[in-house]
Design a binder for this molecule. Structure first.
Ligand code: COA
Ligand code: AMP
Length: 635
């Protein structure tokens, strides 16, 4: 039996022994009494009785172990104006620990204690990472909100998390514009029923915020003056963070991650999945606002003593398609992790990879891709031009770390383009039909995971155990419902093909069609609307709106163009630019079932070029017939 097969078998046959052994990577202030407590199933607890501090594991213990002078974090910005602001900063483990201790002290002085929430609304700056770690240091719970979200989305998160404090930066830097965060934050605080007393604001040169407004404090005054705070031990199942993700409704789900299982699973995955160890340079090109950023910009690499690269910029246009290769050369990157869309953007701008030839990328050993399916064409292109292993791997905000991957740190398995390779140890992956019965190898079905989920997966939804059970655990008894469909082949390789529900994935960003529909519905001319994800060669999917107008509303010529522009603006205002909503068709009616449910899945299939059967429950088949050419013509 190979190393992977043996580890996988053992993880399921003896989870207690497997994860106890894995837990030895972590420094515990109190050893857990056991690995798994199933007493309150389906609310499983990992490492009960254990106490630890995640920040101490990510920083202090490396300093104590003699690695204080090793580089912990390199920040590289392609966005700042280097004549005003340094575009590179780097921190050793000792420096990062000292900075984080001061930030932690500042948070504590502002009244943040164990269990209190801190909403972090910051772009890709080192202070965002410091704030996350500082929360962990004092047992507070961070909830980072991606900078591309609009005020309404931010408000929903503030209202649900009820933070003691908001930590923000004055702006984010996008290629075409400076995104001022203060007006978005102010609007969100107006919309939210909860308003924390203070906002700690990091001023950036490109656009300083107005700190005379009530409640604002200046990072540069408060943090340097703060007393450094020591790490506070927390219980294994105390919350580490809440990260909101899109469900099918407009209301985001607060995925709750607990401290002990998270630290063990992430540290274990760094070696087993990514083959990244102390001293290696690991670069995840994502954003701290997403789970990929939480797990593999911040916690994973630091927990194992690696060097993490924090990049503010894009794969192309900042300034060119050589940006990735410049960073590999400059910072001696061993492993890159990004989304396939970033590679497609580079391929589109530089199909022969001429930029690559300008840099010395010999340190690069592997490329990992996730966030959406790695299409075989992109896989082949990246493999050819880079000449290093290219690994698709599949996971979700909820799971926190990869469910399926080529576990190169354990054993490099044969690659099948289009497949995320095999289930990672700890994840008992099953493919089921609608009734919950397993489907034979090769047949597509719903991908589910047999409980218990391994350490590091979501513990529940913040403040809503019922919604957790209802959303994830109630579809098939004893299984976690991933929301994805796909198949396992005869060799046990997993192919993840797409969502079963109405969640869409735009440039690796997960969005709710419900939230976009709610934004469209605010337009006075809209009677009814539906949003579906349609294929896009660069972003994987983009949202597409089908709009039914109110009687008497005009929709021809200039009026239609004006309406479209207003709809685009409504989505940018309520959801954010990141939704990339640009396309809408005005249609006479939406196809529905007899019980009134809009047939989004059928429309999505047709727009994706598939032959979709007409559902037997359809209310009026002629509505779908009339729509079919419109959907097909998008292709
Ligand atoms: N803050 C504010 N606005 C943001 C933002 C942020 N953090 N991130 C994106 N936006 C805005 C962009 O400015 C853009 O606005 P515009 O419509 O005014 O131009 C819009 O959201 C869409 O942005 P983006 O998704 O970046 O698309 P793009 O067309 O500008 O670039 C790619 C396309 C492929 C280069 C880009 O999507 C990319 O770099 N993807 C990497 C994938 C990734 O990091 N995925 C994360 C999960 S692993
Ligand atoms: P998020 O929670 O934002 O990370 O999005 C998770 C969703 O993205 C998954 O449920 C999948 O639909 C999709 N996804 C992520 N990685 C992959 C992958 N490697 N292959 C296919 N789909 C993926």
């Amino acid at each position: 039996m190979g190393a992977y097969a043996e580890a996988y078998r053992r993880s399921l046959a003896d989870p207690e022994g497997f994860w106890r052994e894995a837990a030895e990577i972590i420094d515990w202030t109190a050893e857990p009494s056991r690995a798994l407590d199933a007493g309150a199933a389906p609310f499983y607890r990992w490492f009960p009785g254990g106490e630890l501090n995640t920040c101490a594991n990510a920083l202090d213990r490396h300093v104590a172990g003699g690695a204080g002078e090793r580089t912990a974090l390199i920040w590289d910005s392609a966005m700042v104006d280097p004549s005003r602001t340094p575009a590179r900063r780097s921190f050793t483990y000792r420096e990062l620990r000292d900075e984080v201790a001061r930030v932690a002290g500042a948070l504590a002085a502002l009244g943040v204690g164990k269990g209190d929430r801190v909403v972090v609304y910051m772009p890709m700056v080192p202070e965002a990472v410091m704030t996350m770690l500082a929360c962990a240091r004092i047992g507070a719970v961070h909830s980072v909100v991606f900078g591309g979200f609009a005020a309404k989305e931010l408000a929903a998160r503030i209202e649900d998390a009820r933070p003691t404090l908001v930590v923000a930066a004055s702006c984010g830097l996008e290629p075409a514009r400076v995104v001022e965060y203060q007006p978005i934050l102010e609007r969100a605080l107006e919309l939210s029923a909860h308003r924390p007393e203070h906002t700690l604001m990091l001023q950036r040169d490109a656009c300083p915020a107005d700190l005379t407004l009530p409640g604002y404090l200046d990072w540069d005054e408060v943090v340097p003056a703060a007393e450094p705070a020591d790490p506070v031990p927390v219980a294994s199942d105390d919350p580490l963070y809440i990260l909101y993700t899109s469900g099918t409704t407009g209301k985001p789900k607060g995925v709750l991650r607990t401290a002990g299982g998270h630290a063990v699973a992430l540290a274990w995955s760094m070696g087993a999945v990514y083959d990244v160890h102390a001293g290696d340079v690991f670069w995840t090109v994502s954003d701290v606002g997403w789970v990929v950023g939480h797990s593999y910009i911040v916690y994973g690499p630091l927990l194992v003593g690696a060097t993490t690269v924090v990049y503010e910029g894009k794969p192309v246009g900042t300034p060119d398609a050589g940006a990735f290769w410049r960073i590999v050369q400059e910072h001696r990157v061993k492993t890159i992790f990004t989304a396939p869309t970033a590679i497609r953007a580079i391929k589109k701008a530089d199909p022969e990879a001429a930029e690559l030839g300008k840099y010395d990328t010999t340190t690069l050993a592997a490329l990992y891709l996730a966030g959406e399916r790695l299409d075989p064409e992109t896989y082949h292109w990246a493999s050819r031009v880079l000449g290093v292993p290219v690994t698709d791997h599949w996971w979700q905000t909820e799971t926190g770390w990869p469910i399926a991957a080529n576990p190169r740190g354990l054993e490099a398995l044969p690659v099948k383009p289009g497949s995320a390779t095999v289930p990672v140890p700890g994840w008992d992956v099953r493919v089921l039909d609608e009734s919950g019965a397993p489907v034979p190898a090769g047949r597509e079905g719903e991908i589910a995971i047999r409980l218990p989920l391994p350490p590091g997966a979501l513990a529940t939804l913040w403040g809503d155990d019922d919604r957790f059970v209802e959303s994830y655990l109630s579809r098939h008894e004893g299984h976690y419902h991933t929301g994805d469909s796909g198949h396992l082949d005869a060799d046990g390789h997993l192919f993840v093909m797409g969502r079963i529900d109405d969640v869409i994935n735009v440039a690796g960003h997960r969005l709710s069609t419900g939230a976009i529909e709610a934004a469209l519905a605010t337009h006075p001319a809209v009677a009814e609307c539906a949003v579906i994800g349609v294929p896009d060669p660069l972003k994987g999917q983009v949202p597409y709106g089908l709009i039914v107008l109110k009687a008497g509303a005009e929709a021809a010529g200039d009026d239609a163009a004006k309406l479209r522009a207003e709809l685009v603006e409504a989505v940018r205002r309520d959801v954010g630019a990141v939704a990339a909503f640009r396309e809408a068709s005005i249609v006479p009616a939406l196809p529905k079932t007899r019980s009134g449910k809009i047939l989004r899945r059928t429309m999505r299939g047709i727009a994706g070029g598939r032959d979709e059967p007409v559902p037997p429950t359809i209310e009026d088949a002629s509505v779908l017939e009339a729509l079919t050419p419109i959907l097909r013509n998008r292709l």
